[in-house]
Write a protein of this length. Structure first.
Length: 272
């Protein structure tokens, strides 16, 4: 029976350095080390100290999950805990997320994890997801699938080609900067979704006078236009916390703002 050999610190570091497009000299200077020592670490001729691994990871801007992986590959214990979001330790985080989501009403907002799964959302999100079939919203849903799946928002999106190009570009960038297999698999899945036949597949040039790529949605109440922002937690020391973000949608025009506020006043946001 074959056993998989555990990853070695050298090749992992080299992979991250090349992903960041840094030479050994560049990284050595940033980490206050020598090119010779870094080369010895990458080739397996020297074992790095725990502090050196963490210092390199900091200068390579490596996610906390992968910093733990580097430490394990070097023979050290992980430095960062990974606490389930529903654990007692994360109660304060859950409370902060709920406050952010509720405070954004009557505009839609959702908390997402590192692979774009929705872990929580406010009532106003149901306006965007109300016509999406249940199989796409099970366990909260996945933002990329909700946007790009033919049965999701694709059929309601008035500028789908532009939104698709932006979403795939964003996801592709994550794949390139992290190398994570789950993100790569998600990209391969959603990029293969067929484009609705009645929509133009060419995104065309982005309006040079615009400042963001809008999300224009046709709803039973009228057309709406949104832009979004993503907020993350500062100085995270937990893997789960470092991978959480809150995406908040804002109206791009007065019609959208009026419709959202009217729905909120009528209690039409719907439940989660």
């Amino acid at each position: 029976m074959e056993t998989q050999e555990p990853p070695r610190i050298g090749p992992l570091l080299r992979s991250w350095r090349r992903r960041r497009k840094l030479s050994q000299l560049d990284l050595a200077l940033r980490a206050d080390s020598s090119t010779r020592h870094l080369s010895c670490v990458e080739t397996g001729r020297a074992r790095p100290s725990r502090d050196f691994v963490l210092r390199l990871a900091e200068h390579l801007d490596i996610p906390l999950r992968d910093r733990n992986g580097l430490l394990l590959a070097a023979g050290y214990a992980p430095a960062y805990r990974e606490s389930p979001l529903d654990s007692d330790r994360m109660a304060m985080v859950r409370s902060a997320i709920r406050a952010m989501l509720a405070g954004h009403e009557p505009y839609p907002a959702a908390a997402i994890d590192r692979i774009w799964n929705i872990v929580d959302r406010n009532d106003a999100m149901s306006l965007l997801l109300g016509t999406v079939p249940p199989h796409l919203t099970e366990s909260g849903g996945n933002v990329m699938r909700l946007i790009l799946h033919p049965e999701g928002l694709a059929s309601q999106c008035l500028n789908f080609a532009q939104v698709r190009a932006h979403a795939l570009g964003r996801l592709r960038h994550q794949v390139e900067t992290t190398g994570h297999d789950d993100l790569r698999k998600l990209y391969e899945e959603v990029s293969a979704y067929p484009v609705p036949a009645d929509l133009d597949a060419d995104p065309g040039p982005v309006d040079p006078t615009g400042i963001v790529v809008p999300l224009r949605i046709r709803t039973p109440l009228g057309d709406m236009a949104f832009f979004s922002t993503i907020a993350t937690f500062g100085a995270p020391a937990d893997v789960t916390l470092s991978e959480l973000a809150v995406e908040s949608f804002f109206p791009m025009d007065e019609q959208t703002d009026t419709l959202l506020r009217t729905l909120a006043a009528l209690g039409g946001g719907g439940g989660r």
